[in-house]
Design a protein around this ligand. Structure first.
Ligand code: ZN
Length: 70
């Protein structure tokens, strides 16, 4: 699958954890040790634990500022 924006996968919104520090530490913990989770699963779990909100994708916003092809 190819997305115009790989950050939000063209949904125009991205998840932001409510507690970035806790989020990072959960990722670190889950991807390390005896039973490491795949990155995607570790992230899902961390989002679930920390809670998250959606923001407008900053990467898409930047794209809008790029002028149309001439
Ligand atoms: Zn985007």
């Amino acid at each position: 699958m190819n997305y115009n924006c790989s950050y939000c996968q063209d949904t125009k919104q991205i998840k932001v954890p409510n507690d970035q520090e806790k989020f990072d530490s959960i990722i670190d913990r889950e991807m390390d040790g005896g039973h490491p989770l795949p990155a995607a699963e570790a992230q899902e779990k961390a989002y679930r634990i920390c809670g998250y909100h959606m923001i407008e994708c900053p990467y898409c916003k930047n794209e809008k500022e790029i002028p149309e092809k001439k």
